[in-house]
Design a protein around this ligand. Sequence first.
Ligand code: HEC
Length: 178
Amino acid sequence: MKRTLVAIEILLIVLIVGFLVFIYSGVYNIAATTTHYSFLEWVVETTKKNSVRRHAKSIAAPPLAGLDLQQGLRHFDAMCVICHGAPGLPSSAIGQGMVPTPPELSQRVRGWTPGEMFWIISNGIKMTGMPAFGPTHSEPELWAILAFVRELPGIAPEGYQALRAKIRPGEMPQPDHH
Ligand code: HEC
């Protein structure tokens, strides 16, 4: 019994020392040109999914059909395309240089409920580069953005450019206007 305890203690010390050596030695490549180790990737992905599910549980989405899609499009174009791109439109150099890579959102609509996506847009995702838009946008604006994002899978590659072309310059929200 005593021997087992000593063995466990030694193992714990080795693990803690190994962990500290890993952190302080600088061997981990923090560059945004490489992805995480697959184990870390799993930790981060699983934590993210479960955290969003739990925190978004009490959010009740209003009927999306009644929301202002034009307002959603304008904010989406000003705030999201730079990183996420849109159907038929690649993201900018900013989005392309990020790890994790911001996904094209039409691919992600099925993975989240409207409430969960609303939570992500409002609160952001720590340490990924996904900003929180809650501090700078009103609830109706956030729901309008969400409603527009939910429409993305139905927009053809040429369709987004056509929608975008109809935005009048004076109506476009500016990144620094908030
Ligand atoms: C500065 C870059 C940046 C901007 C601007 C940005 N995002 Fe993101 N977004 C990210 C990154 C990075 C992720 C995380 C991807 C991951 O965790 O793999 C992300 C994740 C998301 C996700 C979760 C996707 C998934 O399935 O994991 C949603 C939804 C989302 N963003 C919506 C938006 C919306 C809507 C806007 C505009 C209002 C926006 N984002 C603006 C970078 C950005």
